[in-house]
Design a binder for this molecule. Structure first.
Ligand code: BG6
Length: 480
């Protein structure tokens, strides 16, 4: 196969970056917002970091949007905080919450930046949790529907790209980490009930968006980690397929086909799991036809047939924190392993730009739906140097190679309409606070010291700006 040196990005391609309310906003008790469960986690659960200030985007949004404009952004993906918009169980809409998001959206639109808005990104309001036990009770379905409708009513005139629930698959797989399982001892079975309720919520959002937003488009946001078989041993192919099904394909198939796959149905039967589907649910879900898929893709994994004698290896991670990272091994299902052909980040995430092209090709072959990249990014320890600057060549290399592989996927015939890596400014990582920075723009604070929260453009900001302004032709070096 022979390619031109530069893959061509379509005109109007959406170049931007991504964030989530609880990780960037701060202002957790400002403007009538009430607490979310993730606030409580961030204040009590280590290594989460307190999100009450985060990057203080709540007070710096104008400056942040001005920087996006300077960089040349044509899109920005962010999430809405449910408890900022509806702070209590009385369902009263908070005018100050609406005002904040109206201001942000207006600022973006005035800067020529297309908003891409996630309805839910891990920040369950405490009042919803108290009333319904989080995602455990079907009562949340109507509550979520109501919340989505409020969002569509207030912002749907300017926001045309909507995302339903961020990384539902990861919330189910890492239920404890992301606060969904509530420490349940019976999560193995309950997760499928919770997942069904989340699917109903996703479907409500899709149906309401199409009903209420003129020309509105909506899609899910799977956390996509493609799985490569470790060897060509036949059993490893099945292990890798199982890993793919149980970590992502079950979800993606559901979003696309709006029915549960035969794989998951037989998995439930085999494991005597009742997901508690009620009459009428499946008929309703059939109406929820998605318009695109938003893809979060940072890395790949290696799958294999599990080894019954396997012992967890401890202390594998590059940053040397013992016991921080272990590969799962599920007897009879699958195991994951380190890929010796790629580098890893300080947190042992595989750095694999080719996985971007691979994922887009793979998903396109399965679903033939347009896709937008809503996350990919390089998390690193960083601080200003003696000249007050931040040089982040590893991030530049990561973003260059990942974006280039998006271009190659487009050249392969895949429909992709945007690239929005994680993140614009530094923000709190889910589990590592400011210690794990992702931004193109440095936020001058650490986990323990709020300093002055100043924004400082990193070297990657300037590099990305040139790439955007050339619509993906100025890579800053020769690409092969
Ligand atoms: C994505 C999430 O899965 O990964 C983000 O949508 C998260 O919320 C990002 O921040 C990076 O993960 P982490 O743990 O490094 O923050």
């Amino acid at each position: 196969m022979k390619y031109s040196q530069n893959p061509k990005f379509p005109d109007g391609f959406l170049w931007g970056a991504s964030s989530a309310a609880w990780q960037v906003e701060g202002g957790t008790d400002a403007g009538g917002r009430t607490p979310a469960i993730i606030d409580l986690n961030s204040q009590t659960k280590k290594p989460y970091a307190d999100n009450s200030v985060a990057s203080d985007h709540y007070h710096h949004y104008k400056e942040d949007v001005a920087l996006m404009k300077e960089c040349g952004f044509t899109s920005y993906r962010f999430s809405l905080s449910w408890s900022r918009i509806i702070p209590a169980a009385d369902r009263k809409v908070n005018p100050k919450g609406i005002e904040f998001y109206n201001n942000l959206i207006n600022e973006l639109v005035a800067a020529g930046i297309t908003p891409i808005v996630t309805l839910y990104h891990y920040d369950m309001p405490v009042w919803v949790d108290e009333k319904y036990g989080g995602w455990y009770d079907r009562g949340i379905i109507d509550e979520f529907d109501y919340y989505c409708r409020v969002c569509f009513e207030h912002f749907g005139d300017r926001v045309k790209y909507w995302l339903s629930i961020n990384e539902q698959n990861m919330q189910i797989i890492y239920g404890d980490w992301l606060g969904v399982s509530k420490g349940s001892k019976n999560w193995f079975e309950e997760k499928w009930q919770v997942n069904h309720i989340m699917n109903m919520c996703h479907a409500k959002a899709v149906v309401a968006c199409h009903e209420m937003v003129e020309d509105g488009k909506i899609g899910p946001v799977p956390g996509y980690v493609p799985i490569y078989p470790e060897t060509c041993k036949p059993e490893d192919q099945i292990g890798a397929l199982n890993a793919e099904e149980l970590t992502q394909k079950i979800w993606n198939d559901f979003y696309y086909y709006r029915e549960y796959s035969t794989f998951v149905q037989s998995y439930w039967k085999e494991n005597k799991i009742d997901p508690k589907i009620l009459p009428g649910d499946m008929e309703f879900m059939k109406e929820a036809k998605i318009d695109f898929i938003a893809v979060n893709c940072y890395r790949s994994d290696v799958g294999k047939w599990p080894d019954p004698t396997f012992k967890q290896e401890i202390g594998l991670n590059k940053s040397g924190i013992k016991g921080d990272f272990t590969y799962p091994n599920f007897p009879g299902e699958y195991a994951l392993a380190r890929n010796p052909f790629v580098e890893v980040t300080d947190w042992d995430w595989h750095i694999d730009p080719v996985c971007m092209r691979y994922s887009l090709r793979y998903m396109w072959n399965l679903y033939h739906l347009p896709m937008v990249i809503t996350e990919a990014g390089y998390g690193a320890h960083e601080d200003v140097d003696e000249n007050g600057e931040i040089h982040d060549p590893e991030r530049i290399e990561y973003l260059r190679e990942y974006a280039y592989n998006v271009g190659l996927a487009i050249q392969d015939g895949v429909e992709v309409f945007g690239f929005n890596p994680w993140s614009f400014t530094d923000l709190l990582s889910t589990g590592n606070g400011m210690a794990k920075r992702y931004g193109l723009v440095f936020v001058n604070r650490t986990d323990d010291d709020l300093r002055d929260l100043r924004r400082i453009k990193k070297e990657s900001f300037y590099w990305y700006s040139r790439l955007i302004k050339s619509n993906g032709t100025d890579w800053g070096k020769e690409m092969k």
